[in-house]
Ligand binder design. Structure first.
Ligand code: COA
Length: 263
């Protein structure tokens, strides 16, 4: 199947929504779907957007890698895969603007890894999470184990990866895997609300804050502090920061002047 039509791109105010549309296969991430997603990331409306929202359908955000494609892969084709469509997860993670996953239904394996590559994850109560890879003799390998250890810590990551149990939205939130749980059917709506808020913020501050936070886990304390200060130094000189400071000062009542006879 060609990748055409399996990823729908639409703009919504300042945000762009990328919807996986291979619903008859529960949005299983075939190479065609990964390729279509990679192509969608290059679309002008995505590049111009202030926030990118990733979503699926009501039954599945995505049920993971297309298991039909997992058979008979030799080392050369596996290496080629990571150079080609398998690189899409890192491209999602590297987007300069904030990204949100709006999750309903199954969010398994590579589907969860895709969600982990975004900045915020909002799930409705129908969501079912899990990493079944170990149970089928492989491991999550689209950046998911690395991100999971960062997000949950070593012991919880081992629990999720080794045992491979499925769990719902409340447990995912308790683990820190998702940032918000909403009523069934509301995940995209809520994601778009947050996307609009993000789109209304000073864009350079948002982009640099995201970039700095992404660097922090790898950075020493000294490097992290230097990065904060350099980002501040750059941002403080922007029109957005100047205007915000002026608007704040203008709203404050003028400080009382000392009276001439009070000396
Ligand atoms: N890869 C390829 N096809 C998949 C798929 C996957 N990961 N997950 C679901 N599908 C397909 C099914 O083969 C089925 O196709 P068909 O109608 O042509 O037979 C269709 O999607 C619907 O799935 P089905 O299994 O009938 O739905 P269900 O509600 O009974 O079960 C799941 C849903 C998610 C529990 C089950 O599909 C499943 O376990 N999928 C595999 C999940 C997985 O192991 N993912 C990680 C791979 S590393």
């Amino acid at each position: 199947m060609s990748g055409e039509g399996v990823v729908e791109v639409r703009t919504h105010g300042g945000a762009c929504v990328l919807a996986l549309r291979r619903e008859q296969k529960l949005n299983a991430l075939s190479t065609a779907l990964e390729g279509a997603l990679a192509e969608a990331l290059e679309r002008p409306e995505v590049r111009a957007s202030a926030c990118v929202v990733f979503t699926g359908g009501a039954r599945a955000f995505s049920a993971g890698a297309d298991v039909g494609e997992l058979r008979d892969r030799d080392p050369a084709s596996i290496l080629a895969y990571y150079r080609e469509t398998g690189a899409v997860y890192e491209r999602v993670a590297a987007l300069p603007q904030p990204t949100i996953s709006a999750i309903a239904g199954y969010c398994l394996g590579g589907g969860l890894e895709l969600a982990l590559a975004t900045d915020l994850r909002i799930a409705d109560r129908s969501a079912v999470f899990g990493l079944p890879e170990v149970s089928i003799g492989i491991v999550p390998s689209s950046g998911g184990m690395h991100r999971l250890v960062r997000l949950l810590g070593v012991a919880r990551a081992k629990e999720v990866v080794l045992l491979g149990d499925r769990f719902g939205a409340d447990e995912a939130q308790m683990l820190g895997l998702i940032t918000e749980v909403v009523r069934e059917g509301d995940a995209l709506h809520r994601a778009l609300e947050l996307a609009e808020r993000l789109a209304g913020l000073p864009p350079m501050a948002v982009a640099l804050a995201k970039q700095a936070i992404d660097c922090m886990p790898e950075a020493s304390r000294e490097a992290g502090l230097a990065l904060e200060r350099l980002a501040y130094g750059l941002l403080a000189q922007t029109e957005d920061a100047r205007e915000a400071a002026e608007a704040f000062t203008d709203k404050r009542p003028a400080a009382p002047r000392p009276r001439a006879d009070s000396a």
